[in-house]
Write a protein that binds this ligand. Structure first.
Ligand code: NZQ
Ligand code: ZN
Length: 389
């Protein structure tokens, strides 16, 4: 384990079928004026909205609502929400939904008391807030992003075809609490469930495929990956399996709550390319990652061969007998591809509506990071995008 770091994750988690009861205790800690943020209406259909608003009422809160936060939330929707939160003089933001609602709530938290334009400040210049932020807490209904226990926020500017993520450095941007009831995820359409599962898996890969030292984080990552693979196979056959769905929910949180990134530089290029594809197609986040993953990993494999060999053995139980390292690594990626197909993921960008005409926009929207096994050039990004079509 190399590196020097400070570990602090202040998000309190309440997990299980009765977790929502704890919303009472949490709400007591904050002022009367609450902004309730949610998406396009799933929480009204499955009863979560009624359960949450009942508690808000019992706690005597004065509530303003921001509804209709869309998947891949836009800067325009954020600006609209800032006005609502300012008018309401918000003391607290309650997010009820998936990663989009949580991300949006964090972006709102850092923008309400800020004079500058949030797009330029947080998603172009990646600055930290220098204004008072509003505390955020939430009830999670969709599993995948880890947004419930991290300081990330991803916002889309549709006219610019850009989707940009900012992981804030200050832990006060992380939700104060998150309520995780696996039962709430049961109404997710299968498409969203599997997209979320792949998002979890890829978050772990992004951190795993970096570094050459013997690092505790990699062993934790391997355990989490095995759990995701195991539980996902059960959940795909029977989405009502509570045990599998709860394991997936817990894995998602630990996949991206800063724990397994300690001592790691991280890669994150699947997310950079996938996010750029998302900016162009507005496709579901996890599917954009699935579409670009294999061309990317097959391309960088020779540069990080020992880790890909370890991945094949420790995560996919590849039989190494009589194989060279390259053959073992390839067999690991083949096993991953078979699992992805078993889940029913969209395996190429064409399946998400992208065409040859979108290639340059995707390449231009891709931020090239330099912490993985291979620092890509723009031309290499272009090749990977073309291969993903
Ligand atoms: O809007 P509603 O009607 O609620 O429907 C949502 C939405 O259509 C639906 N849904 C959520 N919970 C449901 C449900 N439908 C039925 N039953 C339920 N219980 O699911 C759809 C997708 O929701 P969304 O929140 O968009 O999904 P996800 O959690 O995957 O979030 C995606 C966003 O998070 C960002 C992505 O880029 C994307 O913008 N990410 C955030 C990260 C972070 N904060 O660290 C990291 C990730 O890599 C990711 O980039
Ligand atoms: Zn992701």
């Amino acid at each position: 384990m190399l590196g020097e770091f400070t570990y602090c994750n202040p998000t309190k988690l309440y997990f299980g079928e009765n977790a929502l009861e704890n919303l009472h205790t949490e709400l007591e800690k904050y002022g009367k004026k609450v902004v309730l943020v949610y998406g396009g209406g799933s929480i009204k259909k499955n009863g979560i909205y009624d359960a949450v608003t009942k508690i808000l009422e019992e706690e005597g809160k004065d509530v303003a609502e921001i509804s209709g936060v869309m998947p891949n939330p836009t800067i325009h929707k954020l600006r609209e929400g800032i006005e609502i939160a300012r008018k309401h003089d918000a003391d607290f933001i309650l997010a009820v939904g998936g990663g989009s609602v949580f991300d949006y709530s964090k972006a709102l938290s850092v923008s309400v008391n800020c004079e500058e334009d949030p797009w330029e400040k947080y998603f172009v210049r990646f600055e930290e807030p220098d204004c008072e932020t509003i505390p955020v807490g939430g009830v999670l209904t969709m599993v995948g992003t880890g947004s419930e226990m991290n300081a990330g926020s991803v916002i889309t500017y549709p006219e610019k075809k850009l989707k940009m993520g900012h992981v804030f450095a200050d832990e006060k941007i992380m939700p104060k609490f998150a309520i995780l009831n696996p039962r709430y995820t049961m109404t997710l359409p299968k498409y969203q469930m599997v997209a979320g599962i792949y998002d979890i898996f890829n978050h772990i890969c992004e951190q795993y495929f970096s570094g050459e030292d013997d690092n505790s984080s990699d062993y934790i990552a391997e355990g989490l990956m095995r759990s995701v693979i195991h539980a996902s196979r059960i959940a795909v056959r029977n989405p009502e399996d509570y045990e599998a769905r709860s394991n997936i929910m817990w894995d998602a949180t630990w996949a991206l709550n800063t724990l397994i990134s300690e001592g790691k530089s991280g890669d994150w290029m699947v997310h950079m390319i996938g996010q750029a594809a998302g900016g162009v197609t507005n496709a579901t986040h996890g599917m954009t990652l699935a579409a670009v993953s294999l061309p990317y990993y097959r391309y960088i494999m020779p540069y990080g061969l020992p880790k890909f060999v370890r991945f094949a053995k420790a995560v996919w139980d590849v039989d190494t007998e009589g194989k060279t390292d390259t053959e073992i690594a390839k067999a690991g990626l083949a096993a991953m591809e078979a699992w992805m197909k078993e889940l029913g993921l969209v395996m190429n960008l064409g399946g998400l509506g992208a065409t040859e005409d979108d290639v340059e926009d995707i390449v231009n929207g891709t931020l090239i990071l330099d912490d993985g096994y291979k620092v890509l050039t723009k031309d290499e990004v272009r090749e990977i995008v073309k291969e993903s079509l």
